[in-house]
Design a protein. Structure first.
Length: 293
């Protein structure tokens, strides 16, 4: 017999428990919720991306002390996600009601992020007055296929034992166009990359870094290896502006494919950009966005 209790999320006590919960319920199409690295990656990069000051609003449901459901925000704080263990669909109305009544920040409207297959949550959202405003499709690379794009001449892969976190920070600053919008690299948000390196389940050693002939980092592809799910969770991916459209990102993902396949990975995450489709990624995860009038 089920014995459902519910409580607020605790940063110090629950991060590891939530990670394990997300490992346990993972499916490749995310029909039970996001993969475990999704939450930890966002939480670990709070200095420049995710605001964790409202994490007390995140809500946990348990059955005899075992986590079976989780409602949480990411970035922005008004985007709300749901992880739900199969067999506990009856909790969907309570989860949607909680989000509707308590996840708003300073009266701002929230947006529910629901994935294809989260039918019970979608039904509960509609009953609460939400409607699907839009949808997008995320892509993955299936390792039954081959990813083999060459490294352009004049560049080289940096050896893992030589990775330089400061150079990675600079590469990400330029690679995500912060330089154009916020000025030259001056070690802004540097602490974020250090936090990501030491996150409990980070696998910094599996990232791929491409440098030019002078040793400057030109492309960075992060990797959160999740052996329990045979998942190569690739995040982030960036190329600095002066080296774009040269095939560096394709070469970086090809190197990740080679390394992670040897470790037993069966698939690798990507994104929604057309770039991924061009190099062999296929549609895998439907994101739907729900709003209220």
């Amino acid at each position: 017999m089920k014995n459902i209790t519910t409580r607020q999320f605790s940063v110090l006590a629950d991060c590891g428990k939530i990670y394990q919960f997300m490992l346990d319920i993972y499916e490749r199409d995310w029909k039970n919720g996001v993969p475990a690295p999704f939450f930890e990656y966002a939480f670990s990069s709070f200095a420049y991306w995710m605001d964790i000051t409202y994490s007390y609003k995140n809500r946990i449901w348990e059955d005899h002390g075992e986590i079976v459901a989780f409602c949480f925000y990411e970035a922005p704080v008004t985007d709300i996600y749901f992880s739900l263990k199969p067999g506990y669909e009856e909790l969907a109305p309570a989860m949607i009601s909680y989000a509707d009544e308590h996840m708003s920040i300073k009266g701002e409207n929230i947006q529910l992020i629901l994935f294809g297959g989260q039918d019970a949550l979608m039904k509960a959202a509609m009953e609460k007055g939400y409607y699907q405003a839009s949808e997008t499709i995320d892509m993955q690379f299936d390792f039954e296929e081959m990813l083999n794009y060459p490294l352009p001449e004049g560049f080289h892969f940096v050896k893992p034992e030589e990775y330089d976190i400061d150079k990675v920070s600079k590469c990400c600053w330029k690679g995500f166009d912060h330089e154009q919008n916020e000025g030259p690299w001056e070690h802004q948000y540097e602490q974020s990359n250090y936090l990501l390196k030491v996150a409990p389940h980070a696998t910094w050693e599996h990232a791929v870094i491409i440098a030019d002939e002078k040793g400057e980092y030109a492309c960075y592809a992060g990797m959160w290896w999740t052996p329990e799910n045979k998942l190569a969770y690739m995040e982030p991916l960036c190329t600095i502006p002066e080296y774009r459209n040269m095939g560096l990102a394709s070469a970086a993902l090809s190197e990740l494919y080679r390394r992670m396949k040897k470790l037993g990975a069966t698939h690798m995450t990507g994104g929604m950009n057309e770039f991924y489709k061009k190099i062999g990624y296929r549609q895998a995860v439907k994101w739907t966005y729900w709003q209220k009038n």
